[in-house]
Design a protein around this ligand. Sequence first.
Ligand code: SF4
Ligand code: SF4
Length: 475
Amino acid sequence: MTPTRETFGNIPQSSQWAFYILAVVSTGVFAYGVWRRYQLWRQGQPVGWRELGITALRNMPTLLRRRPRPAAPAAAEIDAPPTLTHLSNQMELKAAIGPGVKRVLVDGLGQQRVKGRGAAGRAHIALFAGFMLLLLGTTLLELDHIAGWISKNLQFHHGTYYVVYEFVLDIAGLFFLLGCGYFLWRRTRRPASVGHRGSDWFVLGTFIAIGVTGYVIEALRIVWQQPHGIAAQCSPVGLWLSQAFAGLGEPGARQWHLAAWWAHALLIFGFFAAIPFTRLFHFIAGPLNLFLSRPAMGQLQPVTMEEVERTGRVGVNDIRQFTFQQLLSLDACMECGRCEDACPAFATGKPLSPKRVVQDLKHLMQDTLGAGPTAAAPRALHGETIAAETLWACTTCSACVDICPVRIDQLRLILDLRRHLANEGGLSGTAATTLRRMQSAANPWGLPASERAAWRPVATPPPAPAAAAEPASSR
Ligand code: SF4
Ligand code: SF4
């Protein structure tokens, strides 16, 4: 007999309809939560990437349209404008979205930037891989179900595919639960660099309950369905757990199966609806930030006169003066504490934590912009939210930017704020003196330029290596 199982087996039609209605409600809550966050970001300054993305999307139909292969063109026609236009669109599209897509695939899906933090990094990869496989499995199951509405012949959830599918998902569930178990244990230890909120317990509890109820459903199905051979063995964890429920018999197993199925479904809908309102929102904001961020390690963005004339300011004095991407990046932070651990200023006891800066700005964004575009700031950005000492403590080493798994540019945030302070005359001490001397005397010591020859260090240059190596006889 071909190994398979019926989707929604043992689930009455009324429960199936209720399931789909709840799915729509959960998706609605999710969409509302994402829309609310988007409303916060869009009050920031528009960035080029947004326009480029829109341009790329507009160009997409042109690029996707299949152009008839022309008959061998005459030499004069080879550089015909339509071909060049198409190529130029392709190049523009590639330049606009290529690096962003690569970052999403490599850093996001490939979890490249999560590695390197010992067990926590490995646990995140296990949790993420398990989650993604389970999500893919659920999607495939639903596709098979929809295919069955059209024609039974279109269904694919049977045979070798079924065996591989069940086995992979059974093992993926283990990875998922192992990752969750590690983070549950770690949260009880409360490492100082990692953020802690009450909703984190809800998230982890929901994840673990989803994983456990998934296995219970599997075990109870095996009890009432009694599959044999490979059809049972392809779910090793479910098969092992089914021994605990063997005494229920078929009617009892069917009853409990329906109850466990509903518990599992409600947990999934609750989790999905909660994504925009908990730390889980980094599922959405993280990949978006990876796509939109323009990492330029070690390069400080110049302030141009055109920009100053256009905006009438230098730096940032209001949360709305950050860009759309910068505000979005605040929501991508998962408070993992990596940037804080890497920060030399924090390590030497200076009043600076890049994680704290990101979180403080995020809270200000919520409090200020959450009430609408005309809302007055509940507290000042400078002084009340971020202290000047915090900003001046940064060494601009970029270690925080380099290590952030979702490529938040903490340094750019700090520099934008710092530039405003510098413009307002907030510089003091040796930095201010140096700049004043540079302005008046074109050197940081303030020595008279007219006497430059006198104070310039006079050193006899060493002989050039080639000249030194040249044999005396050849002169
Ligand atoms: S750039 Fe500034 S905030 Fe970031 S790690 Fe270096 S000192 Fe810390
Ligand atoms: S800014 Fe990045 S590295 Fe720092 S806590 Fe947030 S996600 Fe982690």
